[in-house]
Design a protein around this ligand. Structure first.
Ligand code: XMP
Length: 512
């Protein structure tokens, strides 16, 4: 991947940092998030066209407040400081930062100087998201104010000669109307970018790079059918053909027909060297009688590694192991913040068990939407590229309590009806994740003249962009009614269907 232009985003701990990086890339300029204390040498080595300082929760006067390397403003590289970034620029260059009595929060009209390159082709008044207590009281020498609000005297500032810019508001969020235009102006008018970051060139460059790096050697990839591993596999396949061996461990906990669909796409459409391991019986026997959610996850994670390892051993030593790591994983890894709500199972633990020399992560620099675009460029079918997230432990965490073959069949059938009706109603584009859950609850019903005592299926559908929070989807009653009636009529041993109307938080998306 050879984007010639780079924007460095110095991470001061603000909550929108990834979003800033994504917005820059949406403007066709490649960006990387780096720690705030990156050294001058490292910056020079990376040779960015511009630098953006993110916001952050600290105050510049705080004892341990994050500071940038000395001399960063003298490099001659344009800098845009956002929120805390603007305050740090001010503090470092001799201006004054003060603390307001009250926090300014909300999408607020900002009066701007549209003669500034940063606000080129703007109206004088624009609504931007402000969220701060500290503010710039006096701008540093050589700077000029280019924006203010009713309570913030310096909401934007510039030093044209040195190409230093500061904004107190957040241009990266959707609430900031025209925020993306501010970013674009910085990139194109101030940093002089031309916009050479395109997914089509990413694909061509990556294939070329992988070809050169791997040559005639062998690579191994664990294919789950999820978006990331699928895109990684197809990319590698285009580069090294049959020297890529994919192992698809089918744990039997996939949705109805899913295992066959994955096989069909990768074997037939892409002619990928694929080994499918049907390991359902193994997984089900390990899971027999286990009802604790975390234990189920651990069993599946471990068994997955065992199966993969056995297959890999049959192949023998390989040179490379391919992983579908993506950029948010890279940015977030190592932070270790927060409590473990659920132990997420993915293939990260594999390297300990497989004989290989090096890991290859071809999607390591891409955001999810870029991975999807890459998938489309590579000709992967749309339904696969836009598929909803599916947890590694699969249906095991959608069957509450212990798992049996019978319960698995019931859930697969009910879930398939729900998905079919959502698609028929054209709602699949608006609902980000939707599925059925087999609750462990049996209740009394009546079918014909007979008493029944059967399972309750719960339907779950959420709308979310980040999957960290989400709201339950207001699916029209007629559709819920149709789904419910089809499930009780077509799926044996289900006599009741309920709809989950809890958002996240307090509930999580999955039930286990
Ligand atoms: P929760 O249930 O925590 O889920 O609100 C958030 C998102 O993560 C998915 N999820 C998983 N994905 N392995 C995965 O790869 C897992 O173990 C796992 N558990 C939950 C879930 O489907 C949702 O999209």
């Amino acid at each position: 991947m050879k984007a010639n232009e780079l924007i460095l985003i110095l991470d001061f701990g603000g909550q929108y940092n990834q979003l800033i990086a994504r917005r820059v890339r949406e403007c066709n300029v490649y960006s990387e998030v780096v720690p705030y204390d990156i050294t001058l040498d490292k910056i020079k080595e990376k040779n960015p066209k511009g630098i953006i300082f993110t916001g952050g929760p600290a105050s510049v006067y705080g004892e341990d407040s994050p500071k940038c390397a000395n001399g960063i403003f003298e490099l001659g590289i344009p800098v845009l400081g956002i929120c805390y970034g603007m305050q740090l620029m001010t503090y470092t260059l001799g201006g004054n930062v003060a603390r307001a009595e009250k926090r300014e929060y909300g999408t607020i009209p900002v009066n701007i100087e549209n003669s500034s390159l940063l606000f080129k082709e703007f109206d004088n008044e624009n609504n931007f998201l402000m969220s701060h207590t500290d503010f710039v009281e006096t701008v540093p020498e050589g700077f000029k104010r280019i924006g203010y609000t009713s309570s913030c005297p310096n909401a934007a500032m510039e030093n044209v000669e040195k190409k230093l810019y500061g904004i107190q508001f957040h241009p990266e969020v959707n609430n900031s109307v025209n925020g993306i235009k501010v970013i674009k102006n910085f990139l194109y008018n101030i940093c002089g970018c031309v916009g050479d970051w395109k997914m089509s060139s990413f694909v061509d460059d990556s294939i070329q790079m992988l070809k050169e790096k791997i040559g005639n050697k062998k690579a191994l990839c664990a294919l789950s059918g999820g978006v990331d591993s699928s895109v990684a596999a197809v990319l590698l396949n285009k580069a090294i053909g049959q020297n890529l061996i994919c192992i698809f461990v089918d744990h039997g906990l996939l949705r109805k027909n899913e295992g066959d669909e994955v096989e069909q796409v990768f074997r037939n459409q892409f002619n990928i060297n694929l080994i499918r391991v049907n390991a359902k019986d193994r997984f089900l026997s390990k899971l027999a009688g286990v009802s604790d959610p975390e234990t189920k996850r651990k069993i599946i994670g471990e068994e997955f590694i065992r199966v993969f390892e056995e297959e890999a051993k049959k192949i023998g030593s390989v040179d490379y192991l391919v992983q579908g790591t993506i950029y948010p994983d890279v940015i977030e890894s190592g932070l270790g913040k927060g409590a473990v709500i659920k132990s997420h199972h993915n293939v990260g633990a594999l390297p300990d068990y497989v004989d290989f020399k090096e890991i290859i992560e071809p999607l390591r620099n891409l955001f999810k939407d870029e991975v999807r675009k890459t998938g489309l460029e590579l000709g992967i079918p749309e339904n696969l590229v836009y598929r909803q997230p599916f947890p590694g432990p699969g249906l095991a965490i959608r069957i509450i309590g212990d798992i049996t073959d019978e319960k698995l069949e019931i859930l697969k059938n009910a879930d398939s009806i729900f998905r079919e009706e959502i698609a028929n109603a054209g709602l699949h584009k608006n609902i980000n994740q939707y599925f059925a859950v087999l609750t462990n609850l049996k209740s009394v019903g009546v079918m014909g003249d007979e008493r029944t005592y059967d399972y309750t299926i719960a339907l779950r559908a959420v709308e979310t962009t980040d999957f960290m929070t989400g709201v339950w989807s207001k699916i029209p009653y007629e559709i819920l009614e149709k789904v419910s009636s089809r499930i009780v009529n077509e799926v044996t041993h289900v006599n009741r269907v309920v709809y989950d109307i809890t958002s996240k938080p307090p509930a999580t998306i999955e039930w286990e």
